[in-house]
Design a protein around this ligand. Sequence first.
Ligand SMILES: [Zn+2]
Length: 254
Amino acid sequence: MVYVDAHCHLGSHQFDSDRDEVITRMLTARVHKAIMICCNEHDLKEGIRLRNEHPGFRLAYGIHPQSLETDSTPDLFEKFRNRVIECQPDMIGEIGLDYFSHCHTKDIQKEFFVRQLKLAQQMNLPVDIHNRKASADTLEILKQYPVRGIIHSYSGSVEMAMLYIRLGYYISFGASVLFANARKPAEVIRAVPLERILIETDAPYQSPIRDHRHEPADVVRIYSAIAQIKEIPSAELMQTVSDNFDNVFHPGSF
Ligand SMILES: [Zn+2]
């Protein structure tokens, strides 16, 4: 049985000096399935290489709302689309809306979000959704453009999680469940059916330890916390999350 890291930036420059060691630690910890989120050319190149080497690694490519801050030129989407056709990612992501960071106007963000959702529909690809302080608009847009996928690093309410699930989405939980005062994530994890749960690090980001680089191997700790909250054996959690991961990439499952 293997662990899944449903959202990590393995191609990130933060892993350039020791990526092989990071992957060795990951595989030693039995994290054999992963979604590598690539939002720039550097990460994408690394991601393509790693996908060829590791059969359990999936490639996600998307225009992150935060990238729009530095580049929202008119041909950005066309360039992205051509690159998608060339490199055939397994998923479009991460994409979405970020009203917390300063990522360009809401209108521009929505425009790129919708164009990428439409591309995912055309190519029959799942999506990985980034939402920060933009739940109402995110949900509204996802309702209009139905596609299967994952809500990354979920931190919303039980009610909102249920609305996403009704649209067919998986809810992915990260390291926030590890904090001692993590009452809200625990409540959501109890409510979300096991068949809809995914688990992620968002490495190198979102480490539970301040100023520490997060790694895919660290996902094991998040599994333990979730198994405890769900009051189920870790083997059951591992098996179901691994099946959920496979279902995301199986077009017939939605
Ligand atoms: Zn991320």
